[in-house]
Structure formats: C-alpha cells, structure tokens
Design a protein around this ligand. Structure first.
Ligand code: PLP
Length: 451
C-alpha cells in the first residue's frame, strides 16, 4: 500500500510513500489511484470505487476509452506541439470546427486553453477588448456583474468573478475590485413561498437592472453566470424564463452575456451546450467550456465567441490580444476532438437524457422523504442533493459539521465504494451542504441504481 510504481517498457520506476506533491492537505495524502477503467477507479489498497461524479463532472466517457487513446497516440506520431503564434495544427482546427458547428451558427470562433480558470480569464479579457474595438471605443466598460452563488475558477481573475465565499476567503484583499454580484436563481432558497416563477424572474431581473444602474450602466462590460450552478450550490437549474430576462437587461444596457459552461456544458445537462436547452433558451456572446470537453484525457478548456465579438475584433485590431504557450495544444485538442466525436457518434447526449431521467426518479423515490434531504435538483446527468437540519424551515447544517464531507468519506469506505462530490454550505445560511452527482454519459442502468 505504501509503495507506488510506474511500469515503463521493461523497467519499473518506483516512488516512495513520502509525498513530494503539494497536496490539498499537507497532513494526510490522498488515496492513490493505480488503475481506472470505465466508471471504476482502483486504489492502491485494493478498493474498487464507482466514480459517480467523473472526478468533478469531467470523465464523461468514463476512464480508459480506447478510441481516445488511439487518437492521442496518432497525434503524438504526427505533431505533439507547435506554437500558435506562428503555426496552426489540424487538431486545433478540427476541434474548433466541431465546436463552432455545434452552436447552430451562434458562435464564430473558439479559443482553446488548458483549464476552466484560464478559459474564464480569456473570456474576461475578450469581453474587455471587445469594447476597446468598437468605434468609438467604450473604454469605460471595465466592470462585470456576476452572481453571489457561483464558482468560476481559481486564478485571481476567475476567483474574483466567483461568489464562493469559502474559496475566496484567504485572498480577499488582492481580488479584482471591478466585479459586483447579484443573487443567483435558486428556486429552493431564493423564491418566496407565494411567488410564481415569472414573479421570481421579474424580481431577479429588477435586481440585475438595479445593479447596472448602481454601478453605472455604461461602465458594465458583461453579466456572467453559470446556466446550471455547479460547485457553488450543487446542480441548480434556473426557473423558466430567467436567462431570457437577464439577457434583456444586458441588451438594454449594451452589455455582453457570458455563460460559464465549464461544468454544466458539453452534454452534461442533456443538450450539448446548456444554453441550447429550452429552459435556458438564450445564446451567449461569450461562452466558456472545459471539464467534459476533453473528458479528463487531456487538460483542455475553451472560449467560444459569437459573431458580434469576433467581427468587432476583425474590423479593428484584427487580433485577440491574449496568448498562452499551450493554447490550442495539438494533443489536448486531438483528444477533445475524439471525445466529442464519441459523444456525437454514439448518441451519448440522448443517453444523458435517458439515464438522467432514471437517476431523477430513483433519487426522488428513495431520498425525497428523508428528514434531512431538503432539495433534489438537477438536469441531465447533473444532480445535487441538499441536506438540511430542518426540512420545514430549510435550516442548513452548520458548515463546520462537515455533513457533505462525512457522506463523501462514508461513501469511500467498504462496502459502499463510491465517490460522491461533496460541497459545503455557506456560513451565512444561504446554501446548505450538498452532494453532487455527475457520472459518465455512458453510465449503465445498474450503476445508476447503485449510485
Ligand atoms: N467554471 C466553473 C463553472 C467550474 O465549475 C470550474 C471548476 O470547477 C471552473 C470554472 C474552473 O475550472 P478549472 O478547475 O478547470 O480551472
């Protein structure tokens, strides 16, 4: 259990049990994974774990997909790296084409990076640059309006955009200050008991409108939101009409709409892009994607920009003023392209709908009556279960009790052997502890039963 090795040709490279990795916890090392295949992960202690969350909504094809492996090897044989400042690779072109053609003509270009956080940084800079390219330029548009219950990444810009109190806590004084926030759409906690959906939407639209006016409508560059809130709340979809109303406020003040689909996109919620679902129903100006884009096979994420944005850059400076060493990395792009081809050719988005419906039925049948289950919500294969101390008052557990983490830890023990993604509630009581479920799109009925 304490010794680890990598097999390479005929030799075996051993590593000791003493970790040199700056792990999330420096007091205890995480469990070591020795093998992963399909929806199962094998640990060095011999346990076989059902991966009910695909990591963090990443492994949409499961682990060890042979087609993706072959594509990666083939790309290695062709070209493993070239710098995007001077060259284009077929792999990046193929992936961008696949992505753009999946948007029904809404999006014009794709920018490929290595992580969701980088995608958010690029999206923010693209939105800022858009206003400098207009004639006359609108240089005063430097502010963003995001949402209180949100997570957009870990780098300082993306973290500044995030409302996630826990993840911001240690870095507050240095975060960007041109970002303000409105409430997210969360029917379970935000909607009043006597309120209809349309009334709730009107109230949230009014709040956003008020925020534009408060900070100065012509200083706002974009409104930023996750179509289905991921890690910050645990799979919370909006109520019908919400995004149309938010878009109308953005249009009224000439601001862009940025949708962060890093977690909920690429098929996870039952349509390839979450905004293509009638529940969301509006196309963004800029969209970020990640996680399921490459299914965990390579670090890959991206930004999609619509014609409005791309045309403005093309007409004026002619370039996006942003670049990274590994942007459009050929191997990352080739793997993502193959993942997307598997999803398309194997009809996996339709399977997300079928397995998602089964998962919802079983979760409701078996958990809805539980005295500490406050809410079960989600979309596609993206489900959240929120726990409460008191069901009637919706009083959450104290985050210090670590309820979601305890459930995760229990799941990892025998005989359960299941990995569940825990999220803690916020100390101000606006959200409760939750478990997030996001299995692979090709999950079997029996594994949904088990989960
Ligand atoms: N945006 C959303 C909605 C996310 O859920 C995440 C990660 O969980 C990110 C952005 C950041 O992505 P990454 O962790 O790949 O940097």
């Amino acid at each position: 259990d304490s010794e680890h090795h990598i097999e390479h040709s005929n030799s075996v490279i051993k590593s000791t049990s003493k970790s040199s990795v700056l792990h999330r916890s420096l007091r205890s090392d995480p469990l070591r994974v020795v093998q992963a295949s399909g929806n199962y992960i094998e640990l060095s202690n011999g346990q076989r774990i059902l991966d009910a969350t695909g990591g963090a909504a990443v492994a949409c094809l499961g682990h060890g997909n042979k087609r993706v492996k072959q594509a990666i090897v083939q790309q290695m044989n062709e070209v493993s790296y070239c710098h995007s400042l001077f060259f284009a690779s077929s792999a990046a072109e193929l992936l961008a084409e696949e992505l753009i053609s999946s948007t029904n003509g809404h999006m014009a270009r794709a920018f490929i990076v290595s992580s969701g956080s980088e995608a958010m940084e690029a999206a923010m800079k693209l939105a800022r640059q858009y206003y400098t390219e207009l004639s006359p330029p609108q240089l005063q548009r430097t502010k963003f309006i995001a949402r209180k219950e949100s997570y957009h990444g870990t780098t300082l810009g993306a973290l500044s955009m995030s409302g996630h109190v826990g993840r911001r806590a240690l870095f507050e004084p240095t975060l960007l200050h041109n970002i303000s926030r409105v409430a997210a759409c969360n029917a379970y906690r935000g909607k009043r008991p006597d309120e209809r959906d349309d009334q709730y939407v009107a109230r949230l639209a009014q709040e956003l409108d008020g925020e534009f006016r408060r900070v100065g409508p012509d200083t706002v560059c974009a409104f930023v939101a996750e179509p289905v809130v991921g890690a910050a709340l645990g799979c919370v979809p909006p109520v019908p009409g919400y995004f149309a109303a938010m878009r109308a406020v953005c249009d009224k003040y000439g601001a862009l709409l940025i949708l962060d689909e890093v977690m909920c996109g690429m098929g996870r919620t039952g349509t390839l892009h979450a905004w293509q679902s009638p529940l969301i129903g509006v196309a963004p100006d800029i969209q970020t994607i990640g996680k399921g884009l490459g299914g965990g096979y390579t670090p890959v994420a991206g930004v999609l920009a619509n014609h409005r944005v791309v045309d403005a850059l093309r007409r004026n400076s002619g370039a996006f003023s942003h670049g990274q060493t590994y942007q459009g990395h050929p191997i990352a792009c080739r793997a993502a392209f193959e993942v997307q081809r598997c999803i398309r050719e194997d009809g996996l988005v339709a399977n997300v709908g079928r397995m998602g419906a089964l998962m919802e039925r079983l979760l409701r049948e078996r958990l809805e009556v539980h005295p500490h289950v406050g809410d079960i919500r989600g979309k596609g294969l993206f489900w959240g279960i929120e726990f409460v101390r008191d069901k009637r008052s919706k009083q959450p557990f104290d985050p210090k009790e670590g309820v979601a983490m305890s459930i995760h830890e229990l799941g990892m023990q025998r005989p359960y052997n299941i990995s569940l993604y825990p999220g803690s509630g916020s100390a101000d009581g606006t959200s409760g502890d939750h478990i997030l479920l996001a299995p692979a799109f090709n999950v079997s009925e029996s594994d949904v039963e088990l989960i």
